[in-house]
Design a protein around this ligand. Structure first.
Ligand SMILES: [Fe+2]
Ligand SMILES: [Zn+2]
Length: 362
């Protein structure tokens, strides 16, 4: 493996080059002479000492060099917080991923929840107190801080159209992802039905967006390509004085261009604005989206569950679509959004530990 001198000098790990507490780079990279070279080196049992032409001395441990040079696959997994995915369909109803609230005080409570969400895209927490919303809020705050939006932060509402969005009504909602009108859509979304009185209905629908993407990929590559490349604009304009729009359009299927992995599903026909194709070609997107929509609505892909007070649902809004059937009566629901980077970073720290996360930075 060839390691360019500039990289090795720039990544010296000594206390002069990296702050021991903050882990931030102290070294001015661009003061390193462009022709920096190694004057001397000494191989030791646990690493290599290097004397540089700029007078600096560095020590590189074998572990550091191994991580930096040869461990690309593992680095990828740790850095991106990847996990083995369980792709599911309607049959998940017989054994959905869940954790008991009884384990709240255990040190690995949040780890158990996030591991399941990473794997399945969602997790239930059963037996959460439902007389008031605070226990749900406390639980979510253990994952990370709650993301405020123009609707507020942690919410607790009864269906009354107070916030000018169909989510606050009692009509049926097709499977969708939330906040496509942000360039960084909400990472996690949580719902807890605290009470449902004087009526019925309102079953919850979950659809694994990665399963639907797999179905489309296997049945129509061309449509998959269109949904992966054509940008779609969105907006949230129901509140007085507000029209939120992302700074650019984004495709329905977003990929990590380095690894090729599917990263995010953005699907919300209610909040869709223009499709970034010339008008005379816009039907190409509609044709592809029609195929996608049919797979989203395929019975075998729909997982329906009647949520009851005490069962908190947390799901990955970048993967799992949600909806609900119409209902009558009054429903009190609380919940919140958590940012993607915050929950994935937390997942990585709990799953791999700080040392491993930091050793896979370079
Ligand atoms: Fe929603
Ligand atoms: Zn140094």
């Amino acid at each position: 493996m060839r390691v360019p001198n500039i990289w090795l000098r720039d990544n010296c790990q000594c206390a002069t080059c990296v702050h021991t507490e903050t882990k931030q780079r102290l070294l001015d990279t661009f003061k390193i002479p462009q022709d920096i070279s190694i004057k001397s080196h000494e191989i030791q049992e646990d690493g290599i000492n290097v004397g540089w032409s700029d007078g600096h001395n560095s020590k590189y441990t074998m572990g550091f060099l191994r991580h930096a040079c040869t461990d690309f696959g593992m680095k990828n997994i740790v850095r991106r917080g990847l996990s083995k995915l369980e792709i599911w369909d309607s049959s998940i109803a017989s054994d959905p991923p869940k954790v008991s609230y009884d384990w709240f005080s255990r040190g690995d409570f949040v780890k158990m929840i996030l591991n399941r969400i990473r794997q399945y895209g969602f997790c239930y927490i059963d037996d959460v107190p439902f007389n008031e919303p605070e226990p749900t809020e406390k639980l979510l705050e253990r994952i990370s801080f709650i993301r405020p939006t123009h609707y507020g932060g942690f919410y607790d509402f009864t269906a009354d159209l107070a916030s000018a969005d169909t989510a606050y009504t009692n009509i049926a909602l097709e499977a969708h992802t939330d906040t496509t009108y942000f360039s960084d859509p909400a990472g996690l979304q949580a719902f807890h039905l605290l009470s449902h009185t004087e009526g019925e209905g309102g079953a919850s629908l979950l659809v694994d967006g990665f399963k639907v993407a797999k179905d489309l990929y296997e049945s129509d590559m061309e449509a998959y390509e269109v949904l992966s490349t054509v940008d779609v604009h969105c907006h949230a304009s129901g509140n007085d004085g507000i029209s939120i729009q992302p700074y650019k359009g984004f495709p329905v299927l977003q990929h990590d261009l380095t690894s090729g992995n599917l990263l995010q599903v953005r699907w919300n026909s209610s909040d869709r604005a223009s499709v970034d194709l010339p008008m005379d070609r816009v039907d190409e997107w509609y044709n592809a989206a029609r195929k996608w929509d049919a797979l989203v609505k395929k019975k075998g892909n729909e997982y329906w569950e009647q949520l009851t007070p005490g069962r908190l649902l947390i799901f990955d809004n970048w993967r799992v679509m949600h909806g609900r059937s119409a209902f009558t009566g009054k429903r009190r629901i609380c919940g919140a959004y958590i940012n993607r980077d915050d929950w994935i970073s937390k997942y990585k720290m709990l799953h791999h530990g700080r040392e491993k996360v930091l050793s896979h930075l370079l």
